[in-house]
Design a protein around this ligand. Sequence first.
Ligand code: NAP
Length: 278
Amino acid sequence: MPIASQSHIPDFLYGTAWKEDRTPALTELAIRAGFRGIDTANQRRHYFEEGVGQGLAAAYRDGVVTRADLFLQTKFTYQRGQDHRLPYDPAASLSVQVAQSMASSLEHLGTEYVDSYVLHGPSSGYDWTESDAEVWVAMRKEHDAGRTRRLGVSNVSLQHLEQMAAAHNELPVFVQNRCFARTGWDRDVRAFCRERNIVYQGFSLLTANAEVLRHPLTTELAAHANATPAQIIFAFARMVGMLALTGTSSAEHMKQDLASRDLVLPPDAVQAVESLAG
Ligand SMILES: NC(=O)c1ccc[n+]([C@@H]2O[C@H](COP(=O)([O-])OP(=O)(O)OC[C@H]3O[C@@H](n4cnc5c(N)ncnc54)[C@H](OP(=O)(O)O)[C@@H]3O)[C@@H](O)[C@H]2O)c1
C-alpha cells in the first residue's frame, strides 16, 4: 500500500534543474506566478538546492506564501549521479548517506520536513538491487521520523517497480519519469501506477517530444482551443492522470503552463494524442 499522505498534492510541479545562479529568482518567480509544487534534488551537478531555499525565503519574507502552502520535493542521488560536491560522506554506508543527504536538504530548503523524498534513480538500469533496498529502508526511516511526508522513486522501469513491489511492503506514493510519446507516454509504468494509486510525475514532456509538438494533430488542437502546442501537451498529461513538471525559465511560459489546467480536451483528442507516436 502507498504510504498515507497528509498534505495536498499540487496539480503542477515547477522543476528547478539547470538554473544555476538563476535558481533563487526563478523559484521565487514560479511561486509568484502560482506554482505551489517545487521539485529539486540534493545533486549540485544539476540542481542548486540551496538556491531554491533562497527563493523560498524571499517568497516567505514578502508574504507571498507560507511553508504550509507549498509542496517541496527533493531527491537522494547516488554518488555516481553526483560530481565532487557531495551532500554526504561517500565512505559512509548508504543508510547514513541518505540521512546525511536529507539533513543537508532540510538545511538548504530551510524547513523541518519535505513533502516528498525521491530516490533519483536505482543503482542499476535493470534491476532493483540490494543497494536500492537499503536506500529505500533508510528513506522509510526518514518518513517515519517525520522528515518527509511521502516517498517516491524516479527513472524506473516496470521491471524495477515489479521487483521493488516484491521486495518491500511499502510502495512509493510517486513515480517520476521522463515521458516519451514513443513509448505510449510510458504506458506500462503508468498502468502499474494507476493500478496501485501511485501518482505518476512526468518530466521532459516538451523536450522529449518535439515531434509531437510539431505534429498536425497537436497544432490543430491548439488552434481550435486558442492555445499553444505546449499547453495541449500539458492538458493531455493532466487528463490521462499525470502530474506534470515544467522547467521553464520564462515568466510568460509559467503563466501558459499553469493556464493549461483550464483546458479540457475531448476524449477522442486525448485518445488520439495518447496513441500518436507509440
Ligand atoms: N528525476 C530526474 O532524473 C529528472 C530529470 C530531468 C528533469 N527533472 C525535473 O523535471 C523538471 C523539468 O524538466 P523538463 O525536462 O520537463 O523541462 P526543461 O528541460 O527544464 O525544459 C522545459 C523546456 O520547455 C520549454 N517550455 C516550458 N513551457 C513552455 C511553453 N509553455 N511553451 C513553450 N516552451 C515551453 C522551456 O523553455 P523556456 O525556458 O523558454 O520556457 C524549456 O526549454 C526539471 O527542472 C527537474 O526538476 C527530473
